[in-house]
Design a protein around this ligand. Structure first.
Ligand code: SF4
Ligand code: SF4
Length: 76
């Protein structure tokens, strides 16, 4: 199985906690506002993600999730 890292940009409040805590410096805040008027986080360097889930634990709004996906879907 492979993993997929997802950020719900409409749930995110742009606090930047996940950006600060990521040990691999994967995350950044976008420059585009979401519907609530925040700059949500996104994976700027997804290839560096080690799926440690520290960002998921840190997020106060539970906006980040890591899900298992089948390998064939990961490749496409
Ligand atoms: S899962 Fe770990 S490496 Fe990946 S973005 Fe979150 S904190 Fe960074
Ligand atoms: S910790 Fe959560 S709410 Fe804060 S910027 Fe990251 S995803 Fe958004």
């Amino acid at each position: 199985m492979a993993y997929l890292h997802q950020i719900d940009s409409e749930r995110c409040k742009g606090c930047g906690l996940c950006v600060a805590v990521c040990p691999k410096n994967v995350l950044e805040l976008t420059k585009e506002l979401n519907a609530k008027g925040y700059f949500p986080a996104y994976q700027a360097r997804p290839e560096d993600c080690i799926y440690c889930a520290i960002c998921c634990v840190m997020c106060p709004d539970v906006a980040i999730s890591i899900v298992e996906i089948a390998e064939d879907k990961a490749a496409s």
